[in-house]
Ligand binder design. Structure first.
Ligand code: TXA
Ligand code: MG
Length: 317
């Protein structure tokens, strides 16, 4: 196996069994995978990402039965899994003692999900064990949504299985189920309305303690180098353009619909958001004006990523 090349699913499984880390496609974003029960291998993920040790990683499983091997699956959790697995829903559950501390960041819970991407499923079956996998980007950068993003981020030093562009494009919804409610820790393409409808339980926001236990929600994420400004209307975009500090060529507009402005514009949608942020950086764009119309503002997952991308770098923790 040459470390700088694309590898097959079979080669990836063999590398994982030997304790190495590899990047794999999921339907949401590419993940940097290691065997979840091998603490040393998971530790190597943290080193590769520059990830703070207090940020736990998601464990990917082949089935609900495999989830039951590492976590206590309540009846509410089972309902969630039946409704949304395989798919972009991560469920935070009490961890069994076999789960290494490096995976949970020392918490009593573990986050699990069954991805729907056929390549990730194939590797899970070949390895026969759960795989820990955070998004395959250096901490704080936009998540990778195609194999080329991973190669670029790690200068070809992390082997990657090419599974094409991710269809969802933003990270999974993360929830913590209780008997009487579901706490939403990170919005994703499975919305609070979907979850409430499937379980008949109220979906509530995380309180301060729960937010502290899900540190990924604390860090500045998904951020390009360009300054990102959110505008609620075409008129606001036009006003920002009039007041801009950057050259016209250094400004990009992201919008769900074509606007009547004379700077380059690209389509705003979940599936390609991170690719657009990355492309803007490659073109040395200094300012990205994002047109958040009413539909965009109603999309909790998209707004969450946009608001994080728009935060000033100094708010990084
Ligand atoms: O779509 C996804 O979820 C992708 C793909 C690769 O599966 N993975 C991903 O992982 O986004 P990562 O590490 O970038 O985000 C994991 C999120 C973080 O916000 C983390 O804090 C939270 O899940 N998390 C993990 N374990 C947790 C736990 N035990 N309790 C609360 N939150 C947890
Ligand atoms: Mg991430």
């Amino acid at each position: 196996m040459t470390p700088s090349s694309f590898i097959s699913a079979k080669a990836a499984a063999a590398a994982l069994v030997s304790g190495h880390i590899v990047a794999l496609p999921t339907e949401t974003v590419y993940g940097l995978a290691a065997r979840a029960l091998d603490a040393d291998a998971v530790h190597r993920i943290f080193l590769r990402k520059g990830r703070p040790a207090d940020n736990p990683v998601i464990v990917h499983v082949a089935s609900m039965q495999q989830a039951q091997g590492i976590a206590e699956v309540s009846s509410v959790a089972e309902r969630l899994m039946q409704a949304f697995w395989p798919g972009p829903l991560t469920v935070v559950l009490p961890a069994k003692p076999s789960v290494p501390d490096v995976v949970t960041a020392g918490l009593s819970t573990v986050a699990v999900r069954q991805p729907s991407h056929p390549v990730f499923q194939e590797v899970l079956l070949l390895v026969g064990e759960p795989l820990a996998a955070p998004s395959a980007n250096p901490s704080g950068q936009p998540s990778p949504t195609c194999a080329e993003h991973v190669l670029a981020d790690y200068a070809g030093e992390v082997p990657v299985v090419d599974g094409g562009p991710c269809v969802v494009g933003v990270e999974s919804t993360v929830v913590q189920p209780f008997d009487d409610r579901i706490v939403l820790l990170r919005p994703g393409s499975i919305t609070r309305q979907h979850i409430a409808a499937a379980t008949g339980l109220p979906v509530t926001d995380a309180d301060q303690e729960q937010r502290a236990a899900s540190p990924g929600t604390r860090y500045r994420h998904y951020a390009p180098h360009a300054r990102v400004r959110l505008c609620n209307s075409q008129a606001e975009v036009v006003a920002c353009l009039a007041a801009r500090s950057a050259q016209p060529t250094k400004v990009l507009v992201l919008s769900p619909s074509r606007l009547d402005v004379d700077v380059p514009q690209r389509l705003l949608q979940r599936a390609t958001l991170y690719d657009e942020l990355r492309s803007a950086d490659q073109l040395a764009v200094e300012e990205i004006l994002v047109h958040c119309d009413a539909d965009v503002r109603a999309d909790e997952a998209l707004m969450d990523r946009l608001e994080r991308a728009a935060e000033p770098a100094s708010s990084n923790s």
